[in-house]
Design a protein around this ligand. Sequence first.
Ligand code: NAP
Length: 297
Amino acid sequence: MAQTVGFIGLGIMGKPMARNLIKAGYSLVVYNRTASKAAELVELGARQVESPRAVGAGADVVITIVSDSPEVESVVLGDNGVIEGIAEGGVVVDMSSISPITTQRIAAELKGRGVAMLDAPVSGGEIGAIQGTLSIMVGGEESVFSRVKPILESMGKSVVRVGEVGAGGFAKLSNQIIVAGVLQAVSEAMVLAKKAGVDIQLVYEAIRGGMAGGRTLDMKIPAFVEGKFEPGFKMDLHIKDVKNALLAGKALGVALPSTGLVHELFSSCSAQGKGQKDHSVIFTLLEQLSGLRQVGR
Ligand code: NAP
C-alpha cells in the first residue's frame, strides 16, 4: 500500500508540492486553515481533515509549509496541533522558511514525545514548486533524513542535508540574503536604464549572458517590463526572512549591513500597502525615488 504523508499548508507553494506527492504515488492526508483550498487535491484523491492533530493521527510523516515561526508553532505544538495526534516514531518535516531558533525549540518539544523533526526549507519559487524542481536544504539526523529523502525528492531536484536540525533554516536565511540583495541591485539597475530612456527588455537581453546574468534577473524582468507584480513570492514573506536573518546576525555577532538597508527599503514598500504583492514590487519604490512613478502608486 502507498505510504501516507500528512500535509499542512496549501498556499502558493504547498498546493503544487502536495500535488507532486500525489503524482509520485503517495496517499495524502491534508489540512489547510482555509478549507476550500484543498478542493483540487481532494479531487486528485487526498483525504481532507479538520485539524493538524488529525493529520498527525493519519500519517507518520507530516509536512508543514505555512507562513512564519508562530504559524508553524501553532500547527505543530498548539491546541489540536500535530503533536497531539502523531505517534511515537513519527517525523515532522517543516518546509516553511522560519527562524532556525524556533525550529530548534519545536524539535526539542517533539523529541520529548519521541517524534523527530527535520527542517527542510525550499528555494525555487512557485514555478519550482509546480515543476517539482525545488532546491531543498535539510537539517536533522542523518537516519531520519534517509528515511524521508524519497518523499522530498518528489518535490525537488536538489535535496541536500546541511547539518543538524536548524541548519536547513540557516541555509535558507543565507539564500534569502542573496536573493534580496540581488533583487535590490537588479531593480536599481533597471530603474537607471529606464530613466535613461533605454528599453529594459533589451538591456536584459544584452546582459543576461554576462556576469550579471542569473535566475533572479531571468525571473523578475517580465514583472518590471509589464508592471505586473502578482505573487509569486509575497513581499511580506521576504521581509520576514530578512528580519529573521538580521535577528540571527545579532544573536551570532555577524554584521549584515546591506541586508539591514534592504530590510528598510522592503519594509517601506510594504508600508505603502504592497506587502501582498510579489517581492519584485521593490522596483516601484525605486521608480518613485527616481521620479518615474507617483509616490504611493
Ligand atoms: P502563502 O501562499 O501565503 O500560504 C501560506 C500558507 O500558510 C497558507 O496555507 C495559509 O493558510 C497558511 N497559514 C498562514 N497562517 C496560518 C495559521 N495561523 N494557521 C494555519 N495555517 C496558516 O505563502 P507561500 O508563498 O506558500 O509560502 C509558504 C512558506 O514557504 C513561507 O514560509 C515562505 O517564506 C516559503 N517560501 C515561499 C516561496 C514563494 O516563492 N512563494 C519560495 C520559497 C519559500 P490559508 O490558506 O488559510 O491562508
